[in-house]
Design a protein around this ligand. Sequence first.
Ligand code: AOS
Ligand code: ZN
Ligand code: ZN
Length: 424
Amino acid sequence: MQIDQHRITACNEPLTAAHQRRLQFLRQEIPHTEEIIGQLTAFQVAIPSWALGTGGTRFGRFPGGGEPRSLEEKLEDIGLLHALNRGSGAVSLHIPWDIPSNAAHIRTVASQLGLQFDAMNSNTFQDQPGQQHSYKFGSLAHTDKATRQQAIAHNLEVMHYGRELGAKALTIWLSDGSCFPGQLNFRHAFDHALESFGEIYQALPDDWKLFIEYKAFEPNFYSTTVGDWGQSLLYTSKLGPKAFTLVDLGHHLPNANIEQIVALLLREGKLGGFHFNDSKYGDDDLTVGCIRPYQLFLIFNELIDGMDARHMEHATDMGWMIDASHNVKDPLEDLLQSVEAIRIAYAQALLVDRSRLTAAQNNNDTVQAQEILQHAFRTDVRPLIAEARLRAGGALDPLAVFRKEKVRDQLVGERGKTTIATGL
Ligand code: AOS
Ligand code: ZN
Ligand code: ZN
């Protein structure tokens, strides 16, 4: 299904006067609203193909119905989100869950919906039917060379599909590690992973980037072979200029200072992409900004500071992706909330008065530095985001339109109640 543009316009109509009033107020408060609206319009967040169905935990899964049954239907879902919020015009695919049997057709479907292909994701954390060597004890870092070769070949295959679709990056999240002390030799595991990454890197097209994602634990619970940003940075530094570290917000040990990690990776020119989500404990699947919106703002504050220092384009010089999928919400409503939270944090960070902040820092005026940051964080920037959406043809209130138009009911009608998103 697609949402009729006229329906979006009709839903916007009764909200327009109040929106204009709020926007007008902000214009008086903030000198550069037009610039911020322009930056928001350019800023697109990629939706992961695996977030369109209900996630679940190892204790159960409660699918809500109407979930996409094919890659086309996954793109259709993201097209729905993008039509509403005009901020999720990209998709991050996963192989083998999303093998494009007809890449030309998939490209056409995506371009009709205004969607680009962001980073491709490989999967050597599961065994696939008919696979020769098991990944039970690892893949790219396995002790057995034949298993490593099989995992390398899989990553080359993912790049092949990505090239056919016009993607420009490969994300490797390597789940290899150990569950018990003594299970593996850390040094050998590192060497094996590095050698395997090296072979993949050699095959990477010149205009592609390789993202190495780190994660502290899960599925391994004693050691992870790419366990933190230091380890990822070691690999990406040794590999070369096309290799970058990817930060998934949920992959740190509790209370890690992610904004400082971001600042230093950017300083080294080695931050390539993001997986946004939120968490309270040790998970990586809650809606972006639902638990720690201030941390998200502080991360964006460092992103802008660091990217501007390197003359990077906010919209295009970083892979902006969501990575979250859980058990209780409608996945599409959840994604609308996540995209909104990301854009709010971005806009708030654009408000920070950087010259005053630098002056406060140089004068060691701790109080003033905090005031400057919190002033930006406490500004309600939602009218700017709504205006960016409105100008691009989107909804003033995407969630309200989603509910008013009964999008989920329509999807259930088309696809059935018991469909299960492929791959989940
Ligand atoms: C796993 O925890 C990582 O966040 C991955 O980035 C991702 O969820 C996975 O690759 C999905 O296929
Ligand atoms: Zn991730
Ligand atoms: Zn994760």
